[in-house]
Write a protein that binds this ligand. Structure first.
Ligand code: GAL
Length: 378
């Protein structure tokens, strides 16, 4: 039988890719539970180590609960620590999780660059590392699971532009997240892609721009206070600033408090064109502010999907099973297999069809809260 050259090449390629995926599966499993690595003795359930930057924001508390619940359902245990936004403490946390003989680490880095050392420490103990939500650049990271922050930034900027009192035109304040957080830079990248042509044309004027240390609402409030007093000195007609590009709900809260002090949102601003304020995370208080009209939009990130998938990937690694990626990202050291989960922009028009329908918040809880925060800050 005369097998054509093409057919022979095709067969060869199939065989090669089969061998490759088995090798990759084996490689990843060796880090997690292979024979000479830190395998899980039959008697012991897989143990997942979870290291958080902080549990300050509502979302991280929800991520934590959802990861622990899914891991338990899979038959794994979790040890978790939070570093209170302190890099030295987070390294100490990682060292103590390694000493506790975890099989795999899930890390939300406070400072991505500082956590490259944590990846090296874990690998020295044959423990694979998954970056959760925030990337760990310049490291031999094993896996990355997140929401697409570039897309989120673009959604925030697009929404702001389309909803300004004069759509497409206005004077805005840009707040960026914590400089230590890789996500803050990805958000800015997505926003820049939308804003750049409008800024170059002079349609959008950025009157103030700054990074918010540790994403703290009080730091955001201070920046917006400064922005408002600066434009007030220009003695122009109120409102002068028509949009605040806030990167998450905590910084949106700080922005709303600053504007409340100036009577530019809330009851005192009745009849004035509405200032557009963006957000992210669909926190309960943010959704309440959106219904009351003090904040304009947020980004809903289905945390239970992120947490559930992360627990499944960690469990697979701890049990020496191959894991499934739907993307990859170059972290400056290697192409890291990744898994991205999609997001939705939310405002008063679709809050019921998104966060309520998904059971993220109940309709009663949204109606219940006092959505006009006190101007004096958290
Ligand atoms: C980002 C995260 C956001 C936000 C922020 C502050 O990395 O993606 O959801 O909450 O941190 O914790």
């Amino acid at each position: 039988m005369n097998v054509s050259y093409d057919a022979r090449v095709r067969t060869l390629l199939v065989v090669v890719s089969l061998v490759l995926s088995v090798l990759i599966g084996l490689l990843l499993s060796r880090r997690g539970g292979g024979a000479d690595a830190r395998s899980t003795p039959a008697s012991r359930r897989p143990l997942i180590g979870l290291s958080f930057d902080t549990l300050k924001e509502e979302r991280w508390q929800r991520d934590r609960a959802a990861i622990i619940a899914r891991a338990a359902a899979l038959g794994a245990d979790v040890i978790d620590l939070a570093a209170n936004s302190n890099d030295t403490q987070q390294i100490r946390d990682i060292e103590s999780l390694i000493t506790s003989r975890v099989n795999v680490l899930l890390v939300v880095p406070h400072n991505g660059a500082a956590m490259a050392k944590a990846v090296a420490l874990a690998h020295a103990a044959h423990i694979p590392v998954i970056a959760y939500d925030r990337l760990i650049p310049d490291s031999d990271l094993d896996f990355y699971i997140t929401f697409d922050a570039v897309k989120i930034g673009a959604l925030q900027a697009r929404y702001l532009i389309d909803h300004l009192p004069t759509p497409g035109r206005g004077r805005i304040v840009r707040l960026h997240g914590a400089k230590t957080d890789h996500n803050a830079h990805l958000l800015k990248q997505g926003q820049d892609e939308v804003l750049k042509p409008l800024i170059e044309r002079g349609d959008i004027l950025v009157s103030h721009e700054d990074w918010v240390d540790d994403w703290k609402p009080e730091n955001a409030k201070r920046i917006v206070n400064a922005a408002l007093s600066r434009v007030a000195m220009m003695a122009m007609k109120n409102p002068i600033i028509t949009g605040i590009l806030a990167p998450n709900d905590g910084t949106a809260l700080g922005s709303v408090q600053a504007l409340l002090e100036e009577g530019q949102v809330g009851p005192a601003a009745a009849g004035q064109p509405k200032i557009v304020i963006t957000g992210q995370d669909a926190e309960l208080s943010a959704c309440q502010r959106i219904l009351a009209g003090t904040q304009t939009m947020t980004i809903y990130k289905p945390l239970s999907r992120l947490a559930g998938r992360a627990a499944e990937i960690a469990f697979a690694m701890a049990s020496g099973k191959p894991v499934i990626a739907n993307a990859e990202i170059d972290n400056g050291r290697r192409k890291v297999p990744a898994f991205y989960i999609d997001v939705v922009a939310v405002d008063a028009g679709n809050v019921m069809d998104t966060v309520v329908k998904d059971g993220f918040h109940s309709a009663a809880a949204l109606q219940a809260g006092n959505s006009v925060p006190s101007p004096s800050g958290p």
